[in-house]
Design a protein around this ligand. Structure first.
Ligand SMILES: [Zn+2]
Length: 155
């Protein structure tokens, strides 16, 4: 685990204890290089991540379902498949790290996918957003495009 302050890969553990959720171990570390202190959490990867659908039903998180949606959005676009696979893996990792409750909503997932697609391919992003946000009419669609262009100007 690299030190978040200086990037050094060596740290010593000052304290180890079970986190409040009971599912992870919390370690207080000190960087051997810059002496800054930081905390890491370690947890088992075996617990399933549950996806809560809009109607309240729950199902196990499946990478291929997200990948499938992204592939559709990227049809005929120059986005390599391994780039999409990497993105899905990143999204899963993020969801697992963030949700101690082990449940995520389809909304959360959709937002994350959009966030990533935006950086990969704008057309794919708009396509995905149009399905995901269920654009009702052309005006909502145009608004989304405008938002996208506006965001670009601000960069
Ligand atoms: Zn350091």
């Amino acid at each position: 685990m690299r030190c978040p302050f200086c990037g050094c890969s060596d740290s010593k553990v000052l304290e180890t204890r079970l986190a409040d959720d009971g599912y992870s171990v919390r370690r207080r570390r000190e960087c051997t290089e810059c002496q800054n202190r930081f905390t890491t959490y370690e947890k088992t990867d075996d617990l399933p991540l549950l996806v809560v659908k809009k109607d309240g039903r729950r199902e196990q998180f499946k990478q291929y379902k997200i990948l499938d949606g992204m592939i559709k959005a990227c049809e005929k676009r120059a986005v390599p498949l391994d780039e999409l696979e990497k993105t899905v893996a990143e999204i899963e990792k993020k969801l697992k790290n963030d949700s101690l409750k082990r449940e995520v909503s389809t909304t959360e997932i959709g937002e994350l996918v959009m966030e990533h697609l935006k950086g990969l391919d704008e057309v794919a992003y708009v396509r995905f957003a149009s399905v995901y946000r269920e654009f009702k009419d052309i005006n909502t669609f145009i608004k989304e495009i405008e938002r996208l262009l506006k965001g670009k100007e601000e960069l």
